[in-house]
Design a protein around this ligand. Structure first.
Ligand code: ATP
Ligand code: MG
Length: 339
């Protein structure tokens, strides 16, 4: 079992990142560890430069993201935790895979369409080729399991297509270079929506702080954001079916369900009939209960820059070693001469 996933240091991680991805990093890290497998979690700092960014903020966000992941339970003694920029094989393999990925495949990616909007001509080349770097990230380590939120499912399917085409075009049938990875999404909460708009996903890059709960928000901020979350005027239904067509209500009940480990129907059996004036404080409390210990641990870790950099340096050294054999095989399969 090889677990590989990444998160961009593009801002403070939020509840969507936590429930959609980080919870599964920790779960699969422990499963892999118990089975004698490996887990690789990386900060996608090379991906982060695909959008306009402030270099000083990227540096701060990178260190804070390490601190948050460790605070959430990613354990550097069980997981190879590193940043892409210290492992050149990611960028190298991306270039090799650029020969296999097709323009048409990338043009169909919904993240490209969403992030580029109407101004495609004005976007960086990196935003367009983002999924090829993601394929390199995953394939470099022969990943079997890739824990991601719903929005990244399409990119992992593309990763499978790229791997399959490369193996078919350049490898003997009994000696494929790449393992075909499986996507791993949570059964619930795979797509947490913005608190301001039930049709948009919660994102680090949303300009509104009020659209998301950051994992490092203090209890007052959490309560305030939940109270201000967009809702409709109807009381909660008593069964999940009644949430259809009510995107904001569905999102808040979904968050409550994921945080408490109870089904949506169980939550509604308790809270059905309540208006949001009653439900929101209950949700706020559950959020504070989950995030307070994470926040406390983050505060302890965040000041110790030396230790955070040491975690990344150690992880990067391990990642470089693990990635090399696959990179070599990919060069060789393509017929490239190297010393
Ligand atoms: P950005 O807006 O910069 O793209 P992001 O919030 O989308 O940031 P990423 O770093 O791109 O975060 O994604 C990290 C992981 O979190 C991915 O596995 C992604 O699928 C997951 N994720 C992101 N947003 C959500 C969400 N709203 N619900 C569930 N999972 C999410
Ligand atoms: Mg994203």
């Amino acid at each position: 079992m090889r677990v590989v996933s990444g998160i961009q240091p593009t801002g403070k991680p939020h509840l969507g990142n936590y429930l959609g991805a980080i919870v599964n990093y920790v779960k699969l890290q422990d499963e892999a560890h118990a089975l004698g497998g490996e887990c690789f979690i990386f900060l996608a700092d090379l991906h982060a430069i695909s959008q306009p960014h402030d270099p000083a903020e990227l540096t701060t966000n990178t260190r804070e993201m390490v601190a948050t992941l460790v605070a959430c339970g990613v354990d550097p003694s069980k997981t190879v935790l590193f940043n892409q920029a210290q492992v050149p094989a990611h960028a190298e393999l991306q270039w090799l895979l650029n020969g296999t990925a097709r323009m048409g495949w990338l043009g169909r990616m919904t993240q490209w369409k969403d992030k580029a909007g109407k101004n495609r001509e004005g976007q960086s080349v990196a935003l367009f080729t983002y999924p090829v770097l993601q394929a390199a990230d995953v394939l470099l380590y022969q990943a079997t399991h890739v824990p991601v939120g719903e929005d990244q499912k399409q990119h992992i399917e593309l990763t499978r297509d790229i791997a399959q085409k490369f193996n078919t075009d350049f490898c003997a049938e009994d000696a494929p270079v790449f393992t075909i990875p499986e996507v791993y999404t949570p059964p619930t909460a795979a797509r947490i929506m913005s608190l301001r708009d039930g049709t948009a996903k919660m994102s680090k890059s949303d300009p509104s702080e009020m659209s998301r709960i950051s994992l490092t928000d203090d209890p007052d901020t959490i309560m305030k954001k939940v109270k201000k979350a967009k809702t409709d005027p109807e009381p909660l239904p008593s069964e999940a079916q009644g949430l259809e067509g009510r995107a904001e209500a569905q999102n808040l009940v979904g968050i409550f369900s994921a945080l408490t480990g109870r089904s949506v129907d169980e939550v509604l059996a308790d809270h059905g009939g309540e208006g949001f004036g009653a439900f929101k404080p209950a949700l706020g409390e559950v959020l504070v209960e989950t995030l307070s210990p994470i926040n406390a641990r983050f505060m302890e870790l965040k000041g110790d820059q030396e230790s955070l950099d040491a975690i990344l340096a150690r992880g990067a050294a391990q990642a470089r070693e693990h990635g090399l054999p696959t990179l070599d095989k990919a060069y060789k399969a393509l017929g490239l001469v190297r010393g």
